[in-house]
Design a protein around this ligand. Sequence first.
Ligand code: GTP
Ligand code: SPV
Ligand code: MN
Length: 611
Amino acid sequence: MAAHTSLVPAPPMVVKNQHVLDWVEEMAKLTKPDNIVWCDGSDEENERFQALAVKQGILEPLNDEKLPGCFLHRSNPNDVARVENLTFICTPTKEEAGPTNNWMAPKDAYAKLTALFDGSMKGRTMYVVPYVMGPLGSPMSKVGIEVTDSVYVALNMRIMTRMGRGALKMLGESNDFNRGLHSTLDCNPERRFICHFPQDNTIWSIGSGYGGNVLLGKKCLALRIGSYLGKKEGWLAEHMLILGVESPEGEVTYVAAAFPSACGKTNFAMMIPPKRFKGWKIWTVGDDIAWMRVNQEDGRLYAINPEFGYFGVAPGTSNHSNPNAIKTVSKNTIFTNVAKTPDGDVWWEGKDGPVPPELIDWQGRPWDKKSAEKAAHPNSRFTAPATNNPALSKFYDDPQGVPISAIIFGGRRATTVPLVMQAFNWMNGVFFGATMGSETTAAATGKVGIVRRDPMAMLPFCGYNMGEYFAHWMSMQGRMTQPPKVFMVNWFRKDKNGKFLWPGFGENMRVLKWVVDRARLRVGGQETLFGWVPRAGDLDLSELDISPEQVDEAASIKLEEWEQELASFKEFFDSIGPTLPKALSLHRELLLARIEAAKVDLSTKEYATAE
Ligand code: GTP
Ligand code: SPV
Ligand code: MN
């Protein structure tokens, strides 16, 4: 890459924090950039970076009438998703990272990556990106500084975080900031590592230019380092959307939901209720990450969204599935790995309208309707400011966060897991979360569609030992006098022909309404062996275009499937080893014993179904 010093005027920003200055100098000594640019977050700077990125071929401008302020980026085709196999938790001992994480000893990781970072920014500019995760000035927020040789990263961080002067102002003279070092290097998977050093509040990422690997505030700080800090400081950092459900009477109930990557968080957080739910409104607080703390005054759990924008899945986004997302990406958005129309519009599989006859695909190649390959990459994404979202909650920037009444766990499961079920209590809810399974998606490299255990949707994001993480979740009960009610959902159950049984998207409002009513203790439920489910008639199904039998099938609990499911929990629990809380393994055994007993006593499977 050519040096581009002339395009980057010396910034007027005066930085006084000596800890920051010393660390940036140290990183520059290691990586040897041609020059250093401190990012102030201004509009002027944003435009300058965009122009620079266009000049370097990193961004392509899009049709300015249809998509004002929008750009297209094509990543290296070998670099299109998070890389879980190259992501490491570097704690002093392997036990601290636990059996679900890749581990490297800190000194080995630093040594290995120091050799790679040495001179990695020669001929390049180092961007120093100060940012805050969470509302500026909130006691729940955290400051980070990411140094990167990617202008694409700097541009994305400006959308995804509170970036620039405000962050340095919030940091003041403090030394308490996350130290993030990133270099794209030569984008070779052989030299790609995403290393986290929780004890040092440090992240080193090299060899990738993509999303969760390099926007270090997101999965690396807000979840991996965040979960470690949460354990230490008594709060929760979770892979959860946050939404407010407003009733026609104006009552708002806040709900947090953990679904694994590409399993529906953004869609759920921006949902528009169907016509039947006139007067109901969903407000988005966040679409991917929640930081939650107990308020000492009312004993409730409060959540903030540490992010400032959405890094959302493009394919499947349409005016039918998610009209709010379509509006959100209509301006000032960076699209990554989508297809482009001849007139400079964007396209992806599942977008509205007929398939355009000709496109430029995500790799920049001509594409036509007869092409066997997808035009947009299945993990193509948009980076859009939260303030573009017509459904943005007025509390999205509230330093205290919003009180959470219900937590929902949900995976992508073709079988077994019912449409909705409520846990009997917090402990039972932790069991729901800890045993979650989901089919893998394109959000991470590797095979798609394999069911794996993805506890709390945090398997790729928990920065410490998973058994201790479960124990931390259980210990939260002792801090709360009004814990949220806990639920599990599954929008992805299929019939014998492989078709989704439940229509999903806006229709999920019907399930959410039941969740809210249960959380507010104003509707009954049917007891099953595993939790509460809606009684016949409890789910509002009017004006829904599918048969009651289909809904029953989506909502059914089949004991033979659950016996298998519980067996697979054992395998997972065994893999966690000695840190697994005993309450969880005993709960599993109790359920199995109860299935046996129910079979003998009632000799009917109907006992456990929704009817
Ligand atoms: P990450 O950004 O990777 O964390 O993903 P996410 O959890 O925000 O998922 P998102 O809302 O972007 O949805 C991912 C995919 O699931 C998209 O292709 C959606 O169209 C699809 N999807 C979302 N909600 C539903 C639903 O209710 N039913 C069905 N069948 N598909 C859905
Ligand atoms: C996810 O994979 O859960 C995402 C996208 O939200 S990434 O930022 O790449 O992690
Ligand atoms: Mn995510």
